[in-house]
Design a protein around this ligand. Structure first.
Ligand SMILES: [Ca+2]
Ligand SMILES: [Ca+2]
Length: 563
């Protein structure tokens, strides 16, 4: 699908219109347009991020009048967004919903689907912002406006989606000051605001349809509900079948669901087998993680072992879904690392590198004498902790670590810098030396008694070996380095390249597998055999007719969350 998203698109010169080729819709913000000369000779594809000379509305009208084949138009709505440009201060106010509905209808009249590709709203009043009427912006006002705005958009037949900008990001953003998200961002956590609960209530309780009914004697059931995806659970004589159906906006539809007892039993056996296999894989991986954890943090390894034993017990009780759910959480963060800026976050870990005391540069600032560095990489993240003498890192300085990763993607090694900078306002990681197109991303971080950075291994392309080359503290304005670690590079303990090779592993795994298989095979096979004989002819046909009641919508957010 092609979507155009407001003014931040591409400058079009009238002479180039006839050679316009839209080749990709890349993201919410960026578009790739390819131009060729009218003679058909293709020039290099060009990316331009210039503001067009016309308003977004005129821009869309222009594209449509030129018969550019687009499916939808996008609109960014981030009122209250803080602009420091004097001629842009109008953005610092939030339009009333009356204005919003008028503006929306004007775009809707273009005849294309409409996506609100960016939305955010203040939850704090700042001096440079206009009030909302007589009201100061706060979390209550934010929640009330959110309820009105989302309800308004839900009522618009043309509206297809809303993206709350950076809704779930734990990363700092430059417009954080007025609290534009439904979460308060901590350095390692998100605390929901009233607007989060308002939105959840709208989506889950008001815009989701749920209910339970009996079919009639023909096996037919009719219901009305919002457009979107439904999960149906059909129960008959002790057996349950689940089915997904999709209901389109404002259209009556009918589905025929075959309730075949033998087929259902077969599906259940296959599902159970799949879950058992998945649970076993997870337990084996956790066994490997436990052995690995014992090599770098014995105290926390004991806790991992305890949790693993709980999961093994659940597995013996055939609670595979629970094993998978809890196991995946444990695999994702086996040491239960919290970035709270406290030295205790790295309890039980030994530093992988240390730097001498009293070796800072002549100008002595507090928090500049590097002391220790902790680091390890579990399945999903690389954790780095830097301790300074006195346990008070200086927030005004930049703390940079240089890491080197090796993987099939980087067979000869690639250097990255992970740093906390900008007065403690940014944690980021990037390829070094930086070049256009290199990898750059923000990291979750914390500063307190200790500096902590969590680096996503996915963004580092899943390295197999990671080295710490150096770390240093410096001032970006003066380029002065206060202290640095100039010892030898150290390999960072990495779960990915840990091989549990002892025979004990094999024994443990084998025991686990055979016990589980025996139990579940008996249960399932027994039930299947009996049922096959008794109920093979028991077929029930259930027809579902979904009709439009109110405005039946086909909301993408509903589709995702409405089950
Ligand atoms: Ca030092
Ligand atoms: Ca040093």
């Amino acid at each position: 699908m092609l979507v155009f998203n407001d003014s931040r698109t591409i400058r079009i010169f009238s002479s180039a219109v006839q050679c316009l080729r839209i080749i990709a819709y890349a993201s919410q913000q960026a578009f790739v347009l390819k131009c060729s000369h009218s003679g058909g000779v293709h020039t290099k594809p060009r990316l331009e991020y210039k503001f067009p000379d016309m308003s977004p509305y005129d821009w869309y009208r222009f594209l449509i009048s030129e018969n550019v084949d687009i499916d939808a138009v996008g609109a960014q709505y981030r009122p209250g967004y803080l602009s420091s440009e004097p001629n842009n201060l109008a953005q610092n106010s939030v339009p009333s919903l009356i204005q919003v509905t008028k503006t929306f209808d004007r775009f809707a009249a273009l005849g294309k689907r409409v996506h609100i590709t960016e939305f955010e709203l203040p939850s704090r009043q700042l001096p440079e912002m206009k009030k909302y009427g007589t009201l100061n912006w706060n979390e209550t006002v934010q929640a009330a406006y959110v309820e009105g705005f989302y309800t308004l958009m839900f009522s618009k037949p043309t509206a297809d989606s809303i993206v709350w900008w950076f809704i779930s990001s734990a990363m700092p953003n430059f417009d954080d000051n007025n609290g534009p998200r439904p979460f308060e961002r901590g350095t390692s956590s998100l605390t929901p605001k009233a607007s989060y609960y308002t939105l959840k209530n709208l989506i889950m309780n008001h815009w989701s349809s749920r209910g339970a009914e009996y079919t009639d004697t023909d096996g037919t059931l009719k219901f009305s509900g919002f457009g979107g995806e439904y999960l149906l659970t059909v129960t008959h004589d002790g057996l349950t079948k689940k089915a997904n159906i999709r209901v389109r906006d404002g259209v009556s539809m009918s589905y025929r669901i075959k309730f075949d007892r033998a087929g259902i039993l077969g599906e259940q056996a296959a599902e159970l087998s799949r879950l058992r296999g998945q649970a076993e894989t997870i337990l084996q991986e956790l066994d490997r993680i436990w052995k690995w954890s014992d090599t770098i943090n014995e105290r926390k390894a004991t806790e991992i072992r305890r949790q693993l034993d709980v999961l093994i017990a659940l597995n013996h009780d055939l609670q595979y879904e629970r094993v998978i759910e809890l196991g995946e959480t444990l695999i994702d963060n086996p040491f239960q690392m919290k970035l709270s800026g406290l030295l205790s976050d790295f309890d039980g870990f030994a530093p992988i590198a240390s730097d001498p005391r009293g070796d800072t540069a002549a100008t002595v600032l507090p928090g500049t004498d590097l002391a220790f560095l902790y680091a390890f990489a579990d399945f999903s993240s690389l954790y780095i902790g830097i301790a300074v003498l006195g346990d008070h890192p200086n927030k005004n300085l930049t703390y940079t670590t240089e890491i080197e990763v090796h993987s099939p993607r980087f067979p000869h090694g690639q250097t990255f810098h992970a740093a906390i900078s900008r007065n403690g306002a940014e944690g980021s990681c990037w390829e070094e030396p930086w070049r256009e197109g290199g990898i750059y991303f923000q990291c979750t971080y914390a500063i307190g008694e200790i500096l902590e950075i969590r680096v996503s291994l996915e963004l580092l392309k899943m390295p197999e070996t990671i080295y710490l080359n150096r770390f240093f503290v410096w001032q970006e304005t003066s380029r002065q380095v206060f202290d640095e670690y100039d010892g030898r590079p150290v390999e960072i303990p990495n779960l990915r390249n840990f091989n549990a090779t002892t025979t004990q592993v094999e024994e443990t795994t084998t025991t686990l597998t055979s016990t589980t298989s025996t139990k579940s095979t008996q249960t399932v096979a027994g039930a299947f055999g009996e049922s096959w004989m008794l109920y093979v002819a028991a077929i029930c046909v259930l027809a579902i007719v979904a009709a439009a009641a109110y405005r039946l919508r086909n909301k993408s957010w509903w589709s995702r969350k409405g089950r």
